[in-house]
Design a protein around this ligand. Structure first.
Ligand SMILES: [Zn+2]
Length: 173
């Protein structure tokens, strides 16, 4: 279900939203509260080592369980995209990356408990000197690999946006 359709009541005054009301943004007919349901922001990192290999993770959870992705996640309130990405990389694979270089953005969506929400993914590139991964968060990541991505790798990506970012990276380096 689209997140626009998921709101049957106004979150401020509790008024029931008429079945016929499919307006975007959501605008309460009783109190005029408006919710734009803008995309939430997520970040992803194309991390390379000194051999030019890219760090990919195997996702431990749905969506995309068992498929490949890159370290990253949702941006928290009051975080910049860069701070969020550094935090996620440290949490997921125990790496502290140096300078982040902007790569691209791409629309994505997130399906959770029956509700489909829009997401905007922001991708950065980063390099690390060491190939050593010191930790990994087992709840998010089931495996990781350093690889020179090929067609097979691209076909195993969990999200189209991640595949596009990896393709862009491979074309521009
Ligand atoms: Zn209301």
């Amino acid at each position: 279900m689209d997140v626009f359709a998921a709101y049957r009541f106004c979150p401020i005054c509790g008024a029931t939203r008429p079945e016929s009301d499919s307006s975007r943004p959501f605008r309460c007919q009783a109190c005029s509260y408006t919710c734009f349901f803008g995309p939430v922001t997520a970040v992803g990192g194309v991390i390379t080592n000194s051999s030019g290999e890219v760090l990919l993770i195997e996702r431990a959870k749905d969506p995309g369980k068992g498929k490949l992705g890159m370290p990253g996640g949702f941006v928290d309130p009051n975080e910049s995209a860069e701070v969020a990405l550094r935090r996620e990389i440290l949490e997921e694979v125990g790496l502290q990356v140096g300078r982040l270089e902007f790569l691209m953005t791409a629309p994505n969506s997130y399906f959770y408990q029956g509700v489909l929400s829009p997401v905007l993914d922001i991708f950065f590139c980063a390099t690390i000197e060491s190939d050593q991964l010191v930790a990994a968060e087992a709840t998010e990541v089931s495996a990781w690999m350093w690889t020179h991505p090929n067609e097979d790798t691209l076909g195993r990506m969990a999200f189209e946006s991640n595949r596009l970012a990896l393709e862009r990276f491979l074309k521009t380096r």
